[in-house]
Design a protein around this ligand. Structure first.
Ligand code: FAD
Length: 300
């Protein structure tokens, strides 16, 4: 299956390392905002001008050296400073594995604490992105620890996990992003069919809209978006209780349309040299995105 093929490519560490050396290639520049903080701030300014906010992700995976995790932390702190300096409408998304979760839990926790603490001083929200199953519980543990001291932190619920229903109940007082789930997970822990995942996704969104704090509905699926529009209308849920999110470069017409209709809209803005794994997962989700690659080859 193409999905499995691209997921395998995304996890190939040799290809990940090689891609870092070559800058944005293969069409990745359509879905990655830049390789530097400066380029990324410029992209965010353009989104803000259209009434769209941003959540910024410093790309990076397969971090097994402390130096790499510390460098990622410094880069994220620099993004927080740049958001303040340029007064752009943006917050941060980060991955615990990039900050050392595969090296040592306490080391990752301290790196995240430093970022959340720094961001809390200017009220910048930090979203802990959710990765594959092996990172799931430790990431929730980190959230539990940090939320004892800070309220500018939240996370993601992945609808393909059987445990998502329990998690959303437990974390209903948090700002949550709800997604279908991007990794390949085994049948012991996750729904496998699109129908099951979509049904659970809708159920979780409705639950958090009705019972929870702020909800970020992160999807490119127009059926889900239309369903949510009708649901909030039927239940008189005010637009300041939720936002739609999409990835940078995807369905840009729909992004503008939703923002123009008056919905809060936030774009996930990935940047950095470590773009390869991210790009491959996007191809895995939607092989039609290969168009980006093909176009690039023919328009060089
Ligand atoms: P899909 O199920 O991929 O698509 C449903 C339908 O929508 C398609 O059949 C098609 O008709 C239409 N469609 C989809 N994409 C397009 C397109 N580009 N153009 C035209 N039509 C399209 N996953 C995680 O595991 N952890 C995270 O922390 C995480 N954060 C995310 C943050 C954001 C902002 C977003 C948008 C996604 C995130 N994801 C994350 C990924 C997510 O889990 C899904 O893998 C991904 O969004 C694909 O699912 P979908 O809901 O967009 O719709």
């Amino acid at each position: 299956m193409l999905r499995d093929f691209f997921i395998a490519l995304s996890e190939n560490q040799t290809l990940n390392a090689a891609a870092k050396r070559y800058g944005l290639k293969m069409g990745a520049q359509h879905v990655v905002a830049g390789t530097t903080v400066e380029e990324t701030i410029e992209s965010i300014k353009k989104l803000n001008a259209m009434g769209i906010s941003a959540t910024v992700d410093n790309l990076g995976e397969f971090v097994f050296e402390r130096e790499e995790a510390l460098a990622a932390k410094e880069q994220i702190l620099a993004v927080v400073d740049a958001i303040n300096e340029h007064q752009v409408d943006a917050h941060i998304s980060l991955k615990p594995s990039q900050l050392g979760l595969d090296i040592d839990y306490d080391f990752a926790l301290e790196n995240l604490r430093e970022i959340v603490d720094h961001a809390s001083k200017t009220d910048i929200f930090i979203n802990i992105d959710m990765e594959s199953n092996k990172h799931l519980q430790p990431s929730f543990d980190i959230l539990d620890e940090l939320s004892k001291d800070y309220d500018n932190v939240g996370t993601v619920i992945q609808a393909y996990f059987f445990r998502a229903e329990e998690d959303i109940e437990k974390y209903k007082n948090f700002r949550l992003r709800i997604v279908k789930g991007a990794y390949k997970e085994p049948a012991e822990v996750a729904y496998q069919t699109k129908e099951e995942i979509d049904a659970n996704y809708i159920q979780l969104i409705e639950y958090h809209l009705m019972n929870g704090k702020f909800t970020s509905i992160a999807t490119h699926d127009h059926n889900v978006i239309n369903h949510v529009k009708q649901f909030v209308k039927d239940h008189n849920i005010s637009t300041d209780k939720f936002e739609f999110q999409m990835l940078y470069g995807f369905r840009t017409d729909m992004q503008k349309e939703l923002a123009n209709e008056g919905y809060n809209f936030c774009v996930y803005v990935p940047f950095g040299q470590d773009w390869y794994g991210y790009f491959m997962r996007r191809l895995a989700e939607r092989p039609q995105n290969m168009n980006l690659v093909v176009k690039q080859v023919f328009t060089k």
